[in-house]
Unconditional design. Structure first.
Length: 86
């Protein structure tokens, strides 16, 4: 009877160790999958933000060039009016 109790304790210990190892493996796989998904989401978000920033910079560059041309046109028109009045 006592020997059966000791064998049962050993089996319980082995089962516990096996269970812990399996849970550890499942946890590691789950974390790995979650990290891979998060990495993919962050890469997609980075790509969207990069595109948005590029479009924004492109817009402001075009706006600056247009504004510069408007100012130059105004200066040129002012010079022409000044010369015509002389």
């Amino acid at each position: 009877m006592r020997e059966q109790s000791q064998n049962q304790k050993k089996n319980d210990s082995v089962d516990y160790d096996t269970l812990v190892a399996e849970l550890d493996k499942i946890l590691e796989e789950t974390l790995s999958e979650a990290l891979e998904e998060q990495y993919a989401n962050l890469n997609a978000q980075f790509a969207r933000e990069s595109e948005r920033l590029f479009e924004s910079r492109s817009f402001w560059r075009k706006a600056a060039v247009t504004e510069g041309l408007v100012i130059l046109g105004g200066v040129f028109a002012g010079v022409m009016v000044y010369k015509l009045k002389e």
